[in-house]
Structure formats: structure tokens, C-alpha cells
Write a protein that binds this ligand. Sequence first.
Ligand code: HEC
Ligand code: HEC
Length: 297
Amino acid sequence: MIKRVLKWAGLVLLVLIVGLFGFAFAEARAFDSSVGRVYDVPLPKIERATDPAAIARGRHLAESLGECMICHGDDMAGGRAEKMGPLGTVILPNARARAARYSDGELARLIKHGIKRDGHTVRLMPSVSYTWWPDEDVAALIGWLRSEPPAAGDPGVFEVRTMGKVLDRFDSIPIDQARRIDHEHLPVAPAPAPDASYGYYVGTACRGCHGPTLSGGPIPGAPPDLAVPRNLTPHETGLKGWSYDDFTTVLRTGKRRSGEPLNEFMPVKQLDNLNELEKRALWAYLQSVPPKAFGGR
Ligand code: HEC
Ligand code: HEC
């Protein structure tokens, strides 16, 4: 009797395992075909800015909202290895050296549509967060990128393993950018103003970690040792009772109101680099969202 049960249990387990492999295989295939797709998206009519004020604006974007330097390094020369564990191997490329082979329009398309020069999606670089950038800002960023000569060499490596591919399909880690962008209807932000409607756009990147409703909670599929984003809504478990000063103090000091230092996964330095108008807009937006309990959808 016991033997028969064990035999059945073994068979069920076998079917499950085969099913799981089949499933992972199908998802990995879907990833490969999407990443292999060549997009036919026209080049935006954007030319690099050359005046010093615009180049300063470009640097500001790279240091703050763009988070370009977090990944490509202060000199944009790449070389840092992204911590990917079993998901794959990524060494950041030399962005200036690669940009030198792009036209201005091709770079604008890379930034706003997540499409590389060869028509394939850019991987892991968060173009989904840049789609709303006004053309002048993109022109400023390109002007800044081209304002310094590229460092020599290009250390870039990009390899995704099956686990990374499956997690991309599950939206746990957005590797494939272009498939997540509606290329015919890019969002259009209002003119910069210290209000919630502009703040919604400035807060695009926050939603990537703190969740679509900003209520925080573990990022789906994230490794268990990754810090858990907090609740940013005006709820008891979130930022209820916070003042604008409390908010900017957190960004300036990198410490929570309790004095506890924030985990480095939260990009405080880049957010503190936002200017006064951007911070005011962000704060107005955070106060305007409906209060939600921690992790609530
Ligand atoms: C999360 C990390 C990350 C951030 C933030 C990031 N990049 Fe990248 N970037 C990458 C990776 C990874 C690649 C290589 C992607 C690939 O090969 O598909 C890349 C590639 C590039 C390339 C070369 C594209 C090519 O043809 O290989 C340029 C240029 C570039 N990035 C510029 C920028 C600029 C400008 C910003 C800021 C607006 C930025 N990156 C922000 C990770 C990042
Ligand atoms: C890459 C992921 C990531 C992004 C992007 C991100 N955060 Fe966070 N944030 C976190 C994590 C993780 C924590 C919790 C860190 C800890 O507990 O030490 C956190 C904590 C915070 C806190 C502290 C809350 C508290 O209760 O003390 C504030 C405020 C905050 N984030 C605001 C923002 C804003 C505003 C944005 C967008 C402009 C943003 N974050 C973008 C990951 C992120």
C-alpha cells in the first residue's frame, strides 16, 4: 500500500517538475523572441543642446532623475558589475563610448523609447522611467553626454540566464524595456511646476519600487535579503503627519525620522540632487495620493 502511494507521489512529482521546466522554457522563449524583435519606431526629431545652461541641466538629470551615474559611474565609463546572482551577468558598459556611435536622434530614441541603434530593446536600463521627459530635457542630456570625451575601452557584458528571463516575464525585474513602452503614445508631462500633476511624473521611478499605489511592501520576486520599500502614502503606516521638512531631511541625511539609516537600495543621494521645484512637486504628489495600508493595492 505504502509503496503504491509512494509510486503515485513520485509520478505526480515528476509531472510537476516536467511541467515546471516546460513552463520556464516557454517563458524564456517568449523573452528571447521579444528581445530579438527589431522595432520600427521613427527617430525623434531631437538635437543635442549646446549652451552651457542646457548642459548643466543635462548633468542635473543624469545625477538625479536619470540615475545614469548610479549605473554607469560618475564618468559614465561603466565597469561596475550589477549584483544579479543566478539571474545573469551584467557589467555596465561605457555609455559615452557607445553614444559616440549614435546620432542625436538615435540617442533620443534610446532614452525615450528604450530602443538601441540596431532596433533592439535596451536591457535593464530604465527607459520606462524616462518616456515622459520633455524634448528639451532629452536634448540637454544628450548635449551633456557629448560634452566630454569618452574614456577608453568598453567593459560592457550582458548575459541573462533562464531565471532572469522568467522573472522579466513576471514583471519582477524589468529587463526588456521596449515591450513595456507604448511607443505611439508616450506620456506628455505638463510644464514643470511645484504641484502634484508635475510631481506624478517626477515620481515615476518611485512607483517602480514603492509600488503602483506607493504603499510599499516587498517587490514581487525580489530576493529575500533585499530591503523592503516603505509606505509613502499619507496613512498611519506611511507618511501621515510628515511635513515637507521631514521629507527633505530624509533625502538630505539618508536617515529615517527615527534616526535609523536608510538601506542603500533606496537611491537617496540621487533624490536629494533633485532641485527645489522637483522636490516640492514630488511632495505635493505624495500628499495627493489616497492613503493605503502598508503593501495595500
Ligand atoms: C539600472 C542601470 C542603468 C541606468 C540607471 C542607466 N543605464 Fe544606460 N545602460 C545600462 C545597461 C545595462 C546597458 C546595456 C544594455 C544592453 O546592452 O541592452 C546600458 C546602455 C547604455 C548605452 C549604450 C546603448 C548601446 O547601444 O549599447 C548608453 C548610451 C546609455 N546606457 C546611457 C545612459 C544614460 C544617458 C542614462 C541616464 C539617463 C542611463 N544610461 C541610465 C544600465 C543603466
Ligand atoms: C530602487 C528602489 C527605490 C526607489 C526607485 C525609490 N525608493 Fe524610496 N525606499 C526604498 C526602500 C527599499 C526603502 C526602505 C529602506 C529602509 O527601510 O532602510 C525606501 C524608503 C523611502 C523613504 C523612507 C520612508 C520612511 O518611512 O522612513 C522615503 C521617504 C522614500 N523611500 C521616498 C522615495 C521617493 C519619493 C522615491 C521616488 C522619487 C523613492 N523613494 C524611490 C526603495 C526605493
